[in-house]
Design a protein around this ligand. Structure first.
Ligand code: ADP
Ligand code: ADP
Length: 208
C-alpha cells in the first residue's frame, strides 16, 4: 500500500498562494479532500499524481520523492501509475468504452467485471459522444480502476450520478479498493455523499 507524505507543499498561480499544507496519508486509507471552490483541491490531486509540480516543498509517494522544490527528482519507472478520474473525465473521443478499458488492461475477465460495476455492458461499443454524462463519468472511473492502481485519485467522481447509481457504484468501488490494497483520495465539495466511506479528511481553504 502507498503512503503519501506532503510537506509544506506550496503552489502559487500568478504570485497568489493557493495551497500550503502538510499531510501524511496512511496506507490503505480513503481520504476525503473538501473545501470551497478554488481552494486548490484539483491542484492538490494533480500534484500528487505528478501532473503539476509544486513550487516548493516535497511530495513523497511510497519511497519515491516525486518532486522537491519544483524539480522532479525521482519518478521511478517501476512505480505504478496512479488511477486518475478527472473532473471533466478526459475520455478519448475516438475510442469506444471497450477500447478505453483495453488500452489500460489486457485482462478480459477484469474488463468484464469493470463493465458490470459501471453498468456499461450494453454500451461497450459506444464512443463517449454517444454516452450520457453519467455513463461517461462511470467510464472514467472504470478506466482509472482498469490499471489496478495502488493509488486512486478521483476528482468529484460521482457528480453526474443519481443517488441510486452512486450508492451501488460506491459499494463496488470500496470492495475493489480493498482488493487492490489501494489508497484512495477523493475530492468532493459534497461531504454527505462521502459520509461513511472515507476514514480520513483534509479540509482545504481557511488556511493562511
Ligand atoms: P478547486 O479544485 O478546489 O476548485 P483548483 O485547484 O482548481 O481549486 O484551483 C485553485 C486556485 O488556483 C483557483 O483560484 C484557481 O483559479 C487557480 N488555478 C488553478 N489552476 C490554475 C492555473 N493553471 N493557472 C492559474 N490559476 C490556476
Ligand atoms: P477544475 O477545478 O474544474 O478541475 P481547473 O483545475 O482546470 O478546473 O481550473 C480551476 C480553476 O482554475 C478555474 O476557475 C479555471 O478558470 C482556473 N484556471 C485553470 N487553468 C487556468 C489557467 N491556465 N490560467 C488561469 N486560470 C486557470
Amino acid at each position: 500500500m502507498i503512503r503519501i507524505h506532503i510537506e509544506k507543499r506550496l503552489k502559487a498561480y500568478n504570485g497568489i498562494q493557493v495551497l500550503r499544507i502538510e499531510k501524511t496519508v496512511t496506507p490503505g486509507s480513503i481520504l476525503r479532500v473538501t473545501g470551497p471552490s478554488g481552494a486548490g483541491k484539483t491542484t492538490l490531486l494533480k500534484m500528487i499524481a505528478g501532473l503539476i509540480a509544486p513550487d516548493a516543498g516535497t511530495i513523497a509517494v511510497g519511497d519515491a520523492v516525486w518532486y522537491e522544490s519544483a524539480m522532479k527528482i525521482n519518478f521511478s519507472p517501476q512505480q505504478r501509475q496512479p488511477g486518475f478520474v478527472f473532473q471533466d473525465y478526459a475520455l478519448f473521443p475516438n475510442m469506444t468504452v471497450l477500447q478505453h478499458l483495453q488500452y489500460a488492461t489486457q485482462d478480459a475477465a477484469w474488463i468484464t467485471r469493470l463493465l458490470a460495476i459501471g453498468q456499461l455492458q450494453t454500451f461497450a461499443h459506444h464512443k463517449p459522444a454517444h454516452l450520457s454524462g453519467g455513463q461517461q463519468q462511470r467510464l472514467a472511473i472504470l478506466r482509472a480502476l482498469a490499471i489496478r492502481p495502488r493509488l486512486l485519485l478521483m476528482d468529484e467522481p460521482f457528480s453526474a450520478l443519481d443517488v441510486k447509481m452512486k450508492t451501488r457504484l460506491i459499494a463496488d468501488l470500496l470492495l475493489v479498493i480493498k482488493e487492490l490494497n489501494a489508497t484512495a483520495i477523493i475530492v468532493s465539495h459534497n461531504q454527505q455523499e462521502l459520509d461513511g466511506i472515507c476514514n480520513d479528511e483534509l479540509v482545504l481553504g481557511g488556511e493562511e
